[in-house]
Every structure is written in structure tokens, then in C-alpha cells.
Design a protein around this ligand. Structure first.
Ligand SMILES: Nc1nc2c(c(=O)[nH]1)N[C@H]1C(S)=C(S)[C@@H](COP(=O)(O)O)O[C@H]1N2
Ligand SMILES: [Mo]
Length: 327
């Protein structure tokens, strides 16, 4: 059997950084290793800042050398990480293309600096954060599974910070019940946004308590580097217990609101996608089962876990709710 949720907590999320550090023996810290040394991890914010500056005025960062050894780390269920190459070459990002293998090339050179994120709505202190402000939040590494609604998955070492820290800065008002996120609208640079079939910009939403959960991350990087454009640079949401489409990329607006936001997918296909979209092997998509998934890089399929393996941490958010009706 797969490890049950109770075997996973409390080794996951808040401790991920410590775990990652504990597993790195000093003799292993060599230039060939992509993963972070203690010194590098503490300098992550600075490093991201520097690579972003380079991105703004220099050529694109080079890809890692092909001879780089596979990262030996594991997620909280013992699964190996997907490679940087896999994570950055198989992407869902409809603003660029519906073809996952074309997104990376089309997104190359997408301008992500300067960047501003307006955080407002039902808050006491609305504020516009520049990317440099966001990098001032303590950055940490989180190794999370990403489970796409299309029934493929990956294990990704994100860099970022809990969304709840950002929300605390703007002080949500008592009337705020949901958080609404919006992706940048830039049709001149995003060919998919010239397709009027979709109601751009991409919008997603969370209930406020979901948004404030410790696992909910605003990611600024992965594999210790700044996010690539195809993965949602410079700032994207990561909600590991929900289907991947909730993890909205290239965020420019975050609003605290009273009513449940209508996401792009709720508007497009209300029979397929609901607001909650928690990973649930028992609720099939109208066109395919969600009981199993294909881990990118593996042959065969593996069982899909309730809440994508994070049930122990998040099931309490849904006590008393019918998770079939609230798909
Ligand atoms: N703005 C925006 N965000 C998005 C998407 C998108 O098309 N546009 N696709 C979503 C889907 S369906 C998935 S599975 C994940 C994929 O993230 P990745 O490419 O970093 O693996 O991004 C999500 N975020
Ligand atoms: Mo997805």
C-alpha cells in the first residue's frame, strides 16, 4: 500500500527545508549538484534577485548541463523528483499554447521584469508589490506533487513562500471569504490570448481558509533558480492538493472578495470543473477516470491519492462537506 496520510505528517511542508538540508552531506555539495546547499538556500532570495536582474538585461540563463546527475532527493511519500528538463518542457499554459510541448519555446523571452502584483479588495491595507518586495519574504523550498486534471503528475521542488504571509500584510477584512487571482493579460506576447474562444484573463480562486493554509505556496522559483516563463514566472500559485489548473501562473492581481469567484474553467466548462477541484480518485472527469495517473518519466500508472496525498494536512478544511457535490 502507498503510505497513508498519517505517515506523511509532520514530515512534509514546514519541515521540507530542514529535511532537504539534513539529507545533504557536506561532501555531496559539488558543482554538479543542482540542489541547494545550506548557504545557497539561505541566499535563495538574493540569488533569485540576481538571476531576475540578469533576465532583465542579459541573455536567457543557460539550461543545466546534460551530464548533471539526477537529484537524489525524494518527496514526503518517498517518490523521486522529476528532472528540471521534464518540469520545464511539458507545461500547461493556454496563454501560449494548448500543446504542452510547444509552451516552453513560445514562452521564451517573455518579459517578467519589472512585474507588479496588486493585492486588494476586502483588505485594510491594499498594496502593490513589486517582484523585489515579494522576494523579500523568506524563500523556502517545498517539494510537492503536481497532479494535473488530465491524469499526469510530477514531483517538483518549488521555491517560494506561503501565501498567508502576503495576505497577513494586507490585513483581510472580516467580510472577506474568498481570494481571487488573475493572470497577466498581454495578448501581444501571449499568442493563446489572441484566441477569443477563452474568456481571458485566466482567473482562479480559493476559499480564504484554503488560501491561508500552510501548504498553499506562492512560488518564485524551482530547482533553486528563478521560475522559467513556461512555469509561470515570475509568480505563480501552488496548491498541491488540488488539480493543477488551480495553480495559476503569472499572477498580477490578488483580491479578497465576499463571493465565490468564477474561474476561467468554471466559465468554460461548468460540467467539468468546479470551484474546489480537490484531487479525488473517486470522482471521474466526464471523459476519463481519475483513479490512476501517469507520473511523467515512469512507465505504467500509479493510483491517485485523495487530496493528492495531502489528506492528513488538508481534509479538515472540508469537514461536513459533500466532496462529490462540491467537485
Ligand atoms: N495562467 C495559467 N495558469 C495555469 C495554466 C494556464 O493555462 N494558464 N494551466 C494550469 C494547469 S492545467 C496546470 S496542470 C499547471 C501546470 O504547471 P506547470 O506547467 O508548471 O507544470 O499550471 C496551471 N496554471
Ligand atoms: Mo492541468
Amino acid at each position: 500500500m502507498i503510505l497513508s496520510g498519517s505517515d506523511t505528517w509532520p514530515r512534509v511542508a514546514p519541515l521540507a527545508k530542514e529535511r532537504a538540508l539534513a539529507q545533504i552531506h557536506p561532501s555531496e555539495i559539488t558543482p554538479e549538484h543542482l540542489y541547494l546547499s545550506r548557504r545557497q538556500l539561505m541566499g535563495v532570495a538574493g540569488a533569485l534577485g540576481a538571476s531576475l536582474l540578469l533576465g532583465a538585461c542579459g541573455p536567457q540563463a543557460a539550461s543545466p548541463a546534460p551530464e548533471v546527475a539526477a537529484d537524489p532527493r525524494r518527496d514526503d511519500l518517498g517518490d523521486p523528483l522529476n528532472s528540471f528538463e521534464q518540469i520545464t518542457s511539458y507545461n500547461n499554459y493556454y496563454e501560449f499554447s494548448t500543446d504542452k510541448q510547444r509552451v516552453a519555446r513560445l514562452a521564451q523571452g517573455f518579459q517578467t521584469s519589472p512585474w507588479e502584483v496588486a493585492v486588494g479588495g476586502l483588505v485594510r491595507s491594499p498594496r502593490v508589490f513589486g517582484l523585489e518586495d515579494l522576494l523579500r519574504f523568506d524563500q523556502e523550498e517545498r517539494i510537492y506533487r503536481l497532479r494535473c486534471v488530465e491524469a499526469w503528475s510530477m514531483v517538483i521542488p518549488w521555491i517560494g513562500f506561503p501565501l498567508r504571509r502576503l495576505l497577513a500584510e494586507v490585513e483581510p477584512l472580516a467580510a472577506a471569504r474568498y481570494v481571487r487571482f488573475e493572470t497577466v493579460l498581454r495578448p501581444a506576447a501571449m499568442p493563446g490570448q489572441r484566441d477569443r474562444f477563452y474568456p481571458w484573463p485566466y482567473v482562479e480562486g480559493l476559499r480564504l481558509d484554503e488560501a491561508q493554509h500552510e501548504l498553499t505556496l506562492l512560488a518564485t522559483g524551482l530547482y533553486g533558480k528563478a521560475l522559467t516563463p513556461q512555469n509561470g514566472a515570475p509568480l505563480r500559485l501552488v496548491v498541491p492538493w488540488k488539480y493543477g489548473f488551480k495553480s495559476i501562473k503569472a499572477i498580477v492581481r490578488i483580491d479578497l472578495v465576499e463571493q465565490m469567484p468564477t474561474s476561467l474553467w468554471m466559465a468554460m466548462a461548468p460540467n467539468e470543473y468546479g470551484f474546489y477541484a480537490n484531487v479525488n480518485p473517486e470522482v471521474a472527469h466526464p471523459r476519463w477516470s481519475q483513479a490512476t495517473e501517469r507520473r511523467i518519466g515512469e512507465v505504467g500508472r500509479r493510483p491517485t491519492l485523495p487530496f493528492n496525498g495531502y489528506a492528513e494536512q488538508v481534509a479538515g478544511l472540508y469537514t461536513g462537506m459533500d466532496l462529490r457535490a462540491n467537485y
